[in-house]
Design a protein around this ligand. Structure first.
Ligand SMILES: *[C@@H]1O[C@H](CO)[C@@H](O)[C@H](O)[C@H]1NC(C)=O
Ligand SMILES: *[C@@H]1O[C@H](CO)[C@@H](O)[C@H](O)[C@H]1NC(C)=O
Length: 423
């Protein structure tokens, strides 16, 4: 695990008892928070929560800390509400701590072949210093996790970011697969897997993100396009910066070396136009952008074709089918999946995770909502869910059962809010 500053944790623990009982890490999560936050929250209560290198920084700046995926993370800051915070990112810029995510490298003469074995992406056609969304699949084609893969200077070196909530499952998967790889196909050209322990990771997102980053580096920021990555000097530290994010806005994910994490975060957070932004706004922004949250919208029973992520399956990979889980993926590409992920607009009241989706006559259940919110940007209730194949076409009229009421719902294209990537 990416366990930052274990010494601090132990010292505090000794002084105060279990961290979960500290007021700063209260185990109460407001009702508006997506259920996955609450389920992660309850799962984390018995174990001491991990802290990112920015934990003290959050406390100092009014972070309302909640347990998330085993980590103590800011839900919001001070008295800035979730909607105001969300709107600020869409109109200016927000800084998010995403250091709980797992940053790792895969290096070695067969690193490209190893990752190609593990995921359906055309890893071989990725340009140097460019990234792609991808998925780890189990033997049955179910999604173990979604991840971002970045190729560095050569085919022998990759930087991969996976989800905190899947750290245990991903870790076991990578270990087992790598052991086998090193002993068989990768023998003599082994792959080394390293987690970036103690590093921070922040996301700077919003229309002003480019301007803000440019004010802190001499690197020519406009030369970096969406989906590209580079090392740049920020306040004297060499940082890995990837242009992209989880909000649909222009933005950057900036990896912070342990010694410089707090200084750089401070510098960005207090640049003109930037607001610290917590998990609450992160969830509403990503849902408007049509992006999946693992645990809500993705799990091990769902395939990339069902999830509307068939585009991550590279063209060359379809012909060869030489990746784990390929038989289901190739079959579904050919014959269509049994169910599909859709976007929904729900009239009347917001549908939440678990709400049942019915045919328009209200008689037959055809699916389930996996995420739903009142959209701050659109002023409508939006949701994501899965329905049986055939009910997924845009403008299909459906019903969603919200508490005891059947609400009208319409299938909508995603993203709900158009993306504004810098290309
Ligand atoms: C893949 O995950 C699904 C869902 O948990 C499970 O049913 C299936 O057995 C898994 N397949 C393998 C080969 O592990
Ligand atoms: C694979 O090989 C690399 C390079 O020799 C080694 O560092 C690593 O520990 C091996 N990993 C496994 C899981 O065998």
């Amino acid at each position: 695990m990416l366990s930052a500053r274990p010494n601090t944790i132990n010292t505090v623990k000794a002084a105060l008892g279990p961290i979960s009982r500290r007021p700063a890490a209260a185990n109460t999560v407001p009702a508006f928070v997506s259920p996955v936050f609450r389920s992660y929250a309850s799962a984390g209560i018995t174990e001491p929560l991990q802290r990112t290198p920015l934990y003290d920084f959050h406390i100092k700046h009014g972070g309302k800390m909640v347990p998330f995926a085993g980590w103590s993370m800011p839900l919001s800051y001070g008295d800035v509400g979730q909607v105001a915070s969300h709107n600020h990112v869409r109109s200016s810029a927000g800084l998010f701590d995403v250091s709980h995510m797992i940053q790792q490298t895969f290096r070695g003469p067969s690193a490209q072949a190893f990752l190609s074995h593990l995921c359906p992406t055309s890893v071989a056609s990725l340009q140097p210093y460019s990234s792609s969304l991808s998925v780890l699949l189990n033997e049955s084609g179910g999604i173990i996790d979604d991840m971002i893969i970045t190729k560095h200077g050569s085919d022998n070196e990759f930087y991969v970011v996976t989800n905190a909530g899947r750290a245990r499952e991903d870790g076991e998967w990578f270990s087992v697969q790598l052991r086998e790889w090193n002993a068989t196909k990768g023998k003599g050209k082994e792959v080394e897997w390293n987690k970036l322990e103690g590093y921070g990771l922040v996301a700077l997102q919003g229309p002003k993100a480019g301007e803000v980053l440019q004010s802190l580096t001499s690197y020519d920021v406009p030369s970096l396009k969406f989906g590209q990555a580079a090392y740049m000097d920020i306040q004297g530290a060499k940082c890995h910066v990837a242009r992209g994010g989880y909000t649909g806005e222009d933005g950057f994910e900036i990896s912070l070396p342990p010694d410089a994490a707090v200084t750089i975060a401070e510098k960005i957070a207090f640049s003109p136009g930037v607001q610290l932004t917590g998990l609450g706004a992160r969830d509403s922004l990503r849902l408007e952008a049509g992006m999946c949250l693992y645990g809500n919208d993705l799990d091990e029973t769902i395939s990339p074709v069902e999830a509307g992520l068939a585009w991550v399956v590279g063209k060359d990979r379809r012909a060869a089918g030489d990746f784990i889980g390929s038989s289901r993926v190739l079959r579904e590409l050919k014959e269509g999946p049994a169910r599909r992920r859709i976007g929904l607009e729900v009239l009347g009241s917001p549908a939440r995770q678990g709400a049942e989706i019915f045919t328009d006559d209200g008689l037959t259940q055809v699916g389930i909502v996996t995420s739903g919110i009142p959209s701050p940007t659109l002023g409508k209730n939006i949701a994501m869910g899965y329905v049986q194949n055939g009910y997924h076409k845009k403008n299909t009229q459906l019903k969603v059962k919200v508490r005891k009421n059947m609400r009208d719902a319409v299938v909508r294209g995603m993203p709900f809010v158009p993306a504004k990537y810098y290309r």
